[in-house]
Design a protein around this ligand. Sequence first.
Ligand code: KG4
Ligand code: ZN
Length: 340
Amino acid sequence: MANKDTIILGIESSCDDTSAAILKKETILSNETANQAVHESYGGVVPELASRAHQQHILPVVDAALKKAKVDIQDIDAIAFTRGPGLLGSLIVGTSFAKSLALGLNIPIIDVNHMHGHVLAHFIDDDEKEKPKFPFLCLTISGGHTQIVWVKDHLDMEVIGTTRDDAAGEAFDKVAKLLDLPYPGGPLIDQHAQLGNPKAFQFTQPVVDKLDYSFSGLKTNVLQFLQREVKKDAGFIKKNLNDICASLQFTIVEILFKKLLLAGEQKNCKDIAIAGGVSANSAIRERLKTEGEKRNWNTFIPKFEYCTDNAAMIAITGRFHYLKGEFSDQSVSADARLRV
Ligand code: KG4
Ligand code: ZN
């Protein structure tokens, strides 16, 4: 059982961010992340380059997290690490590092599901904010996933809606590439959209069964639209960048909320959360607030630094496993396709 001062080191390396965090009880003492600029010019994460960069970053990042938290490495009680889902080469770096360090320190390891981490970021005790009450709905939107999750308890979650093709973050990033914006394009589209007209252009919204999503049609629709317009005027993208971004963002928000509203009705649930890198998007945050006011929802938006990939969310998830006595042994290996 965790005592009041249990200290957990969290390690995240599932994609292109190397992150380490120190959690004492439910409070984050440090959360250090090294991003990988190496992918910017490729329009997406290059797996081989990502694993190499994790190798270079992991030791300095863990060291920085310990220093910032003013915690001695000998005082760590357990190490929580992301086992999956994610890029295999990237996951292997974090997993192997966590296993070896734990062996050296003779402390337990805890394997964490990255998607649990995004949802449980809501339980980091950094401020006076109210936490969601079980059961609640969480729209988890990232570069690799788009899921509506029915969260029954800290570690008891069910995916009730998911994307059939691209994730919401991919829709942002792939269109950004068409617009000649560097990777990751999501935050840049967000910035340009704030200066544009969301009704300037109309893009298609998919018709998908149940609570599922699809974003590949939207990407193709924008591609064909741009090809048509650029044929008529080579400077079309430059001249209309803000309006294109605003219209794309508007469409993605519409698609996301159509199913989230349906899920809220089906589950008769008023506690609604968002999580994952795409939940940093200003229009999504705004829309959640307005829908919440209209429908009497209690809405939950993670702090900005806990939206995109970070080790704080892995450490807090590790704590919930720790409290249940759920540890891994040294035979555990990374799992790129780990399910919720
Ligand atoms: O959760 P995350 O850091 O990594 C994954 O697990 O995938 O999410 C990264 C995704 C990228 O697709 C990035 O473009 C998107 O989150 N993103 C945004 C914004 N900030 C990050 N998308 C739209 N608007 C933003 N402000
Ligand atoms: Zn993520």
